[in-house]
Design a protein around this ligand. Structure first.
Ligand code: SF4
Length: 311
C-alpha cells in the first residue's frame, strides 16, 4: 500500500500529516470535514470511496478540517460521537489488513507488541493505557509475564481502535477559526438532535454503580457492552418506560434508536434479571461496597427509607 492510500485509511498517521501540510483548507475541504462530522451523527461508519489522487488528498485533509470545526465547537457530545465513529471506520480497515500493516498503525500510538516463542506480548503500561473497560481486558483475566501482557491479533486491533478513539477525541481548542468554520459550526448545531431527556439522577435515587453510569451517559461518554446491558436491565427493573430508557441511551456517542429500542424490547420479552452485585463486580462496574447483594434491592431499600421519612 502506498503512503497516500495508507494516509487515506489512517488520517492521523505521520504520512497523512505530511500530505495535509501541502493542502489548503479550502471551502470544499471544510465541507468534507463537516460531512465527516454529520456522518458520525448519523452513525455511518463506512469509509467514503475516493478514487482519484486529488480526491484522496482532500479526504485526508477533511479529517483535520473536522477536528478544527470540533475544536471550535467544544461540544463533548459531537466530539465523542466523531471519535467513536472514526475509530470504528479505522477498525473496519484494520480487520482487512495483514499483521505488518496493523503493527504499522499501532506504532503511531507507540504500541509495539513483541513476539516471543510464538506469543504476542505487550508491555503493561501500554496495555493499561489502551485497554477497554470490559471483563475480557481486565488484568485479572489476562496472562502476565515479567511486566508483559499476552495478547492476540484481535486484541491488538481492539487496542489500536481504542487508541484512535482517544487520539481523535483529544482535540485542541480553536479560538478564532476562519469565518467559514464558524458558519459550518452554526449549521451543525442546527442539525443536532434535540433531546427532551435530561438525566436527573441524584444521590439516593440509585446505587453508586448506576449513578456512575448515568453520569458517564450525561457526559456523552461511551459505555461498553456490559455497562449498557446492566444499566438497561436495572432501569427496566425499577419500572422505567421504554421512551425514558431510550432517552438516556440517546446521550451515548454511538446511539442508534432502532437498535436501542429493539434491545430494550428483547430484554423485556426474555425477562432478563438485573445481575447481582458480585456479577456487576466481575464486569468491573462496582464502585462501592453497599452490602445489599443486588442493585435493585439497594433501590428498594432506598425507596422505603424515603417513605419512612415522609411519614
Ligand atoms: S455493591 Fe452492588 S449496588 Fe453497590 S456499587 Fe457495587 S454493584 Fe452497585
Amino acid at each position: 500500500m502506498d503512503d497516500l492510500d495508507f494516509a487515506l485509511k489512517y488520517p492521523f498517521s505521520s504520512e497523512a500529516k505530511q500530505i495535509v501540510q501541502n493542502i489548503h483548507l479550502t471551502d470544499r475541504v471544510l465541507e468534507l470535514g463537516a460531512e465527516r462530522i454529520k456522518k458520525a451523527l448519523r452513525g455511518e461508519s463506512k469509509a467514503r470511496v475516493v478514487l482519484n489522487q486529488e480526491g484522496k488528498k482532500e479526504d485526508i485533509a477533511s479529517f483535520a478540517a473536522a477536528r478544527m470545526i470540533l475544536g471550535f465547537m467544544k461540544n463533548t457530545f459531537l466530539t465523542n460521537k466523531f471519535a467513536v465513529n472514526e475509530s470504528k471506520v479505522v477498525r473496519s480497515h484494520l480487520d482487512k489488513e495483514d499483521k505488518k500493516t496493523v503493527e504499522r498503525v499501532a506504532a503511531r500510538f507507540d504500541i509495539f507488541p513483541e513476539n516471543r516463542n510464538n506469543t504476542m506480548l505487550l508491555d503493561l503500561p501500554t496495555y493499561v493505557r489502551f485497554s477497554v473497560r470490559s471483563p475480557y481486558y481486565r488484568l485479572v483475566n489476562r496472562k502476565l509475564t515479567n511486566g508483559f501482557v499476552e495478547i492476540n491479533d484481535n486484541d491488538l486491533r481492539r487496542l489500536v481502535e481504542e487508541a484512535v478513539r482517544k487520539h481523535t477525541e483529544d482535540i485542541p481548542v480553536v479560538r478564532d477559526p476562519p469565518k467559514q468554520v464558524k458558519h459550518i459550526a452554526e449549521r451543525i448545531i442546527e442539525e443536532l438532535p434535540k433531546s427532551e431527556t435530561t438525566i436527573n439522577a441524584k444521590e439516593g435515587d440509585h446505587p453508586p454503580c448506576i449513578l456512575n453510569l448515568l453520569e458517564s451517559a450525561k457526559k456523552h461518554q461511551n459505555l461498553n457492552h456490559s455497562a449498557r446491558w446492566y444499566l438497561a436491565t436495572y432501569l427496566n427493573a425499577i419500572g422505567m418506560g421504554e421512551d425514558a430508557i431510550t432517552g438516556i441511551y440517546a446521550q451515548l456517542p454511538d446511539f442508534n434508536e432502532k437498535t436501542t429500542r429493539y434491545q430494550i424490547k428483547h430484554l423485556r420479552r426474555k425477562g432478563y434479571n438485573v445481575p447481582s452485585c458480585s456479577t456487576v463486580m466481575s464486569y468491573g462496574l462496582c464502585v462501592a461496597s453497599c452490602r445489599t447483594g443486588n442493585p435493585v434491592r439497594w433501590h428498594k431499600l432506598s425507596e422505603s427509607r424515603k417513605k419512612e421519612i415522609l411519614k
